[in-house]
Design a protein around this ligand. Sequence first.
Ligand code: NAD
Length: 377
Amino acid sequence: MKKKPTFLTRRTFIKTSSILLTAASLPNTLFARTDDKKLGVALVGLGNYASEQLAPALLETQNCYLAGIVTGTKSKEKIWQEKYNIPDKNVYNYANFDDIVNNDNIDIVYIVLPNSMHAEYSIRAAKAGKHVISEKPMAISTAECQQVIDTCKALQVKLGVGYRLHYEPFNREMIRLGQKRIYGPVNSIDADFSFNMNDRTQWRANKKYAGGGPLMDLGIYCLQGAIYSLGELPISVSARDTTLNKANWQSVEGSLEWTMKFESGAVANCRSSYEKELVNHLLVKTEKHSYGLNQAYLFDQLAGFTPAGDMNFPTVNQQALQMDDFANSVRYDLPVLPCGEMGLRDMFIVEKIYESIAAGGKDISLAGMPQVLDKVL
Ligand code: NAD
């Protein structure tokens, strides 16, 4: 890792018990030096997200590029190699993945596998001396998240979670408006991310691979959105399983809703479902105003409003910004914005949500939760 140049001025504060990651802190990438060598990224798992979003984004990144692939499907190798100019020596499968330790072309390993495989591959990547980005959710339990964090720390590699919306202008505006109390103190937040998942044969409908239902997959965006729009951590949570068709959803929940309470008195009501048409919003009410995003969590076509009118921001390549920022954290030894501790924090809340459902909707304290915030100062 290089020494941080003096012009890198991102204000990130790390305290012993809490991590405040400043949102005004623009992504590291804005301060990148153009003369530095791009870092090599290997994608692990060449499914939908890797093919449709991450690999194309790596053609737009300034600080990193697609150097390698890890796949269990032989037929994908040649296609990817030709499309992205990947040499034979940078192609791995799940059995020989650990040999990546000997490959100097690969600096960063990005895990894009089913959720239950994130922890194992993050740990194997760290043990191979590579910096790690794990897709969300970071793992399927807090115990696994902690193991990944501890391993990365011990081996001195950076760890990030694929929370792309921290780099998305509409969502960054929500952070600014809420945390700076532009329309007064926030009273309530309403967040919903749902869609109809008709294919119940895929891993997302299987607890063994997914760890849970829409909460792990989609609801985690609502949980994140509520926290960063408020700039506060919740103190308790209560939840209900609202699955409509129990026969269809036996392994994981089909729908659920939960309420997070905050010390300021604000309340966030969140929902997530695999049983309804697409909904993806993040709405805020203050005493006199309301504002928010009615298209909040997608890759493009986001939309929002404030009392002053419609929000107007450009569409950015969220994944490219996220990976470039991570690459610069590696280059200059800077803290990672969507860091492992943030992934652990979210899994802590997820576990308490399931605990509350099991306890018939009881309000459960979040004492002991990692104190991590993407915070505008
Ligand atoms: P996908 O099913 O399209 O791809 C999964 C990949 O894992 C496939 O290439 C598959 O072959 C491979 N795989 C290896 N072992 C497997 C096994 N035992 N069972 C099933 N697949 C196996 O899934 P996806 O939509 O690409 O999601 C992958 C990860 O990316 C998930 O963790 C998901 O949460 C995350 N994701 C994130 C975003 C985002 O916006 N950040 C969007 C979509 C997906």
